[in-house]
Structure formats: C-alpha cells, structure tokens
Design a binder for this molecule. Structure first.
Ligand SMILES: NC(=O)C1=CN([C@@H]2O[C@H](COP(=O)(O)OP(=O)(O)OC[C@H]3O[C@@H](n4cnc5c(N)ncnc54)[C@H](O)[C@@H]3O)[C@@H](O)[C@H]2O)C=CC1
Ligand SMILES: CCCCCCCCCCCC(=O)O
Length: 514
C-alpha cells in the first residue's frame, strides 16, 4: 500500500508531467494566488504564529509575509525575462551559431521548512519552485503545529493542490518523503539533519540546497559609534527571541569597550522591550521546553551581566548578555538560537579574524566599524555565507543578494533570481546550421599540425573586441576559411565567397545587436 507521502509525490509528479506548470501564464497566476493567500489569510496566519512563537501580528508581517510579498511581486515582474533564452558570448568557432542558456524546470522539488520563521523559510523556496516551473511537495515544520495546520488547510484553496501538495508530519513522515525520488530537495534547518538529507538525496543523485545555521560572529571595533552599533546588534539578536538563523551569535570586542557595549545593549533592550520584556508584545518565546532547557544550560559556566530571568512554564528567557566569556564555555560550543549574547574579548581585529577562522564558516558575519579598511580587511580575510558591515539581518531582505551558507552553514542560495536559477536547470544550447561544413575541416581527422594551429586560433579567440576588433577578426576569418578550405575548384571558390558574405552579414547583425 502506498504511504500518504508516496501518494503526494506521485500526485505532484503526475501533475508535472501534464506540462501545466510550465507556461509563463500559469506560473504568474499561481504566484498571484499565493500573494492573494497571504493577504486574505493574514488573520489566520498571524493567529497561528502567535500561538506557536508568540510573534505579534506586526512582527509576522515585518519579518515574514512582507518579504514574501516582495519576492512574489519581483518574480511576477521579472519572470518573462528570467525564463527567456540567455544569449552567451561565443568563440570564433561558433560565431555564426545560436548559442544560449535555456532555463528549464527540474521537475518535482521537495521543500522541507523549519519552525523559526515558518512562513518565510517554507513559502520563499516555493515561490522559486513555482517561478521556475516545477511541481513542489511542501513539508512545513511540525514544531509550529498551528502554522503547519493553516498551511495544510488553506494553501490548497489558493494554489494548484496537485502540483504543490502540502504534507504535514514529523521526523518519520519527512524520512518517508526523503526515501522518494525528487529532482531537487530544498532543506532549511540544523546541520545534523542537513547531513541526513544529503545522504538520502545521494541515493537518487538528487541535487540539494541546504539552508543551515551556525555561530554568526559580530566584531565591534572600538572606534565605532557604540550606541548605534549596540542598538542594531540588540535588534538582530533578540528579534524572535534569538531564534534567527542569521542572528549575531556572539560579540568580539576589545576589553576596553566591553562595559560601554554592555551599557548600550542594556539601554536598547529597555527601549525595545521595556523594563519587563515578559509582558512586552514584541518579545517572543522559546519554541518549546527542549530548546528552553538547552539554552538555559548554556548559561551555567558564564557570567550573566544583563537579564538571566526565565520561566520554564511559558518558555520565557529574558534578553541576556554574558560577559568575559571563555572560548571553551558551554555557550561557545554550538549555535545558541536563543536570547543569550556572549561577549568575548580580543586584542583587536587580527585576533578577531583568527578566532573566526578557527571555527566553521558561518552563515552571516557582522562587522561594526567606521573604518572602511577594517571592514574590507575582515571581508578579505574571512569567509561566510553573507557579510554585513554596520548592521544586522537586513541582507536577508535584499532580493538581489544570494542568501545561503558556505561550508557548514549550507550549500546553494536563493532569493529573487537566485531562487529561480537554483531551482532551474540551466541548459546549454547551441544551434548550428548544416551549411559551412568546410569551416569544420580543422577538427576532422586526419589531424595535422596545421589544422591544430587554426583550431587553436578559432577556439581561443574571444570575439568580444569591440566594433573595430570584430571587423578585423571577421576579415581574418574569411581569409582563414579560405586557407582551411584549401580552395580547389570553382565550386569551392563559390563557397568561400558565400562564407565571406555571410561573415559580413554577421558583422552587420552584430552592429544591430549592439
Ligand atoms: N539558513 C537558513 O535560511 C535557516 C537556517 N535555520 C537553521 O535551522 C535550525 C533550526 O531549525 P531546526 O530546529 O532544525 O528545525 P526543525 O526541527 O523544524 O527541523 C527542520 C525540518 O527538518 C525535519 N526533520 C527534523 N529531524 C529530522 C530527521 N531526523 N530526519 C528528517 N527530517 C527531519 C523536520 O520535520 C522539519 O521539517 C538552526 O540551526 C537555524 O540556524 C533556520 C532558519 C533559516
Ligand atoms: C525590515 C528588515 C527586515 C529584516 C528581515 C530579517 C528576517 C530574518 C529572517 C531570517 C531567516 C531565518 O532565520 O529563518
């Protein structure tokens, strides 16, 4: 008997094979339906996420649905351009051919979402999958019980439910899905499960995108405007109660500014979340007791400088800052994913860079400095999924930037056109005419030194030399063609003149293209 997961995949595959996901009009209609869903179901979305994560309605819009709407609007506007053939530069050998990249759908994509921004990380890949003409099986995180239910119950009323089925469930259902054959798996979540996803996908040689996490460092230079830096870091850290994949995980700064940093973070916490964050509607909760216990255990061997209060029954942990934290302390052993902000002191930017480079490549890296040289030095001497100077999180909202990790923080990227390209096959296409066979002589056996000489010339020369360069080169081609063709009779002389004329035409066409 087929499992529910198998049935969903088979249904999506069957729908994909009808070809209806491919026409541009279909993709745009589905994207607009998705946008309508976000607007018409705003209330249900907000209520569910309030129950799951204690997010306020404004917070849900600001951090989740606004970004999704922006991505839909962009995809609808740009889709005709994205799906169109992309002409590429040619070498002399292919100068008279049509050479281009044709993006084509991959097939059926599996989207496995995480719980922390359950709409953003589940629907954003779906936007890419629809735009690229794929079918997609959507698996929201079971950890956000109410949100998963809204997705399962309401989404099918808006978008093609056969092409884009929602499958809910936990670990065993996800494992059952992963046993099926997909054309791409897009996973968001922790690195440990990321490895299991990769292993399962390897069995079918299925390409994957892994949007993972890690410890994103934040270096604060002693010369920067500390109140402003700390305000931005406080926002980046405590939004969604620290449960953000790109939250600054820890601060690196010189000992001389640690107290000022503490003072300013304290002021910002108060300004954002009042004296009593527990009663503030903009301050979230830890997703469940397992994570609550995990986070609280991290504070055990460090000094709490700010916050530290907690309430297990409501999964509340106050915005907390730990000072003079040691490298081997518990809080530095794994991604915190909660409202703890450790400060580690370093002697300066060089030590900060060494420290960062000893760890895994992070998803985000933050530098606060007024000095462009310091910023550029950190960028040049480190690696991370994304890097931000003098702010936190906002790179996530720029559709023109690829969002994704590197090394331990993931592979592949998305947002805007990157989502489209990631979930498309970029097919290389070359269309040649059956004429001008003489030009090909240099590649046919018997191979000789002379033919090789001309092959080198034709293959290695890049005709992107401007108008004059191209004219000269095209003239040379005509001469070369004459040599290679080894003119032997009237018939072939005619051929040469045809080649020459054709090349001249090409030349004129090039100018028109310009
Ligand atoms: N790079 C990015 O865009 C993002 C990364 N993250 C990262 O995700 C992590 C937090 O999410 P998680 O707690 O992992 O979310 P989670 O517990 O919701 O798991 C994510 C998905 O994996 C599935 N899953 C869990 N265990 C599994 C198993 N053994 N086999 C197969 N599937 C399984 C779940 O059903 C769920 O759909 C953090 O490390 C965070 O940094 C979170 C959001 C965005
Ligand atoms: C107005 C600025 C909005 C900034 C948006 C930040 C959203 C962060 C979402 C991070 C992704 C994740 O952790 O799932």
């Amino acid at each position: 008997r087929m499992s529910r997961e198998q049935k969903a995949v088979e249904c999506a595959r069957k729908a994909f094979l009808t070809g209806r996901s491919k026409p541009l009009e279909h993709r745009i209609r589905q994207l607009k339906n998705l946008q309508r869903f976000l607007l018409e179901r705003e209330k249900e979305i907000a209520e569910a996420i309030k129950k799951d994560l204690n997010k306020s309605e404004a917070g849900t819009q600001l951090y989740e649905t606004l970004g999704l709407e922006g991505e839909i609007v962009l995809a609808v506007k740009k889709l005709a351009e994205w799906v169109a053939p992309r002409p590429v530069e040619k070498n002399l050998l292919t100068i008279s051919d049509t050479v281009y990249i044709q993006p084509e759908p991959l097939g059926v994509v599996l989207i496995i979402g995480a719980w922390n921004y359950p709409w953003a990380v589940t629907i954003q890949p779906l936007i890419g999958a629809i735009a690229a003409g794929n079918a997609a099986v959507v698996k929201p995180s079971e950890v956000c019980v109410h949100t998963a239910k809204v997705m399962e119950d309401l989404l099918p009323a808006y978008i093609d439910k056969e092409l884009y089925p929602v499958v809910t469930g936990g670990v065993s259902e996800t494992q059952e899905l992963l046993r099926q054959r997909f054309d791409h798996v897009f996973y968001t979540g922790n690195s440990m499960v990321g490895k299991l996803v990769m292993e399962a996908a390897a069995k079918h040689l299925t390409p994957i995108t892994l949007e993972l996490g890690g410890k994103s460092p934040c270096y604060i230079d002693k010369n920067c405007d500390i109140p402003i830096a700390c305000r931005r870091v406080t926002w980046g850290k405590y939004s969604n109660c620290g449960q953000t994949c790109i939250a600054p995980d820890y601060i690196l700064c010189e000992p001389s500014i640690q107290d000022r940093v503490l003072e300013e973070i304290k002021k910002s916490i108060k300004a954002f979340y009042t004296e009593d964050p527990k009663t503030c509607p903009d301050y979230g909760r830890i997703i469940n007791q397992r994570h609550f216990k995990r986070i609280m255990a991290m504070t055990e061997d460090s000094t709490i400088a700010i916050g530290g209060d907690s309430d297990e029954s409501t999964c509340y942990i106050a915005p907390t800052v730990l000072k003079d934290v040691q490298v081997n302390s518990k809080v530095m052993q794994e991604e915190i994913f909660g409202p703890l902000l450790p400060i580690l002191t370093v002697s300066g930017v060089d030590e900060a860079i060494n420290f960062i480079n000893k760890g895994e490549k992070p998803l985000a890296l933050y530098i606060f400095s007024p000095d462009d040289k310091v910023i550029k030095k950190v960028i040049a001497e480190t690696s991370s999924g994304g890097v931000l100077a003098n702010d936190c999180l906002v790179h996530y909202s720029v559709s023109a930037l690829p969002f994704g990790g590197v090394g331990n923080s993931g592979m592949g990227s998305y947002h805007g056109k990157f989502s489209f390209d990631n979930l498309s096959h970029l097919r290389g296409c070359l269309i040649k005419q059956l004429k001008m066979e003489g030009v090909n002589d240099m590649r046919y056996p018997p191979h000789t030194a002379k033919k090789l000489f001309w092959a080198r010339f034709f293959i290695l020369k890049n005709p992107d030399l401007g108008w004059l360069g191209r004219m000269t080169l095209l003239a040379i081609i005509a001469v070369v063609a004459a040599v290679v063709l080894q003119v032997r009779g009237k018939e072939e002389t005619f051929l040469i003149s045809t080649v020459r004329k054709r090349l001249q035409w090409r030349c004129i066409l090039f100018e028109v293209e310009l």
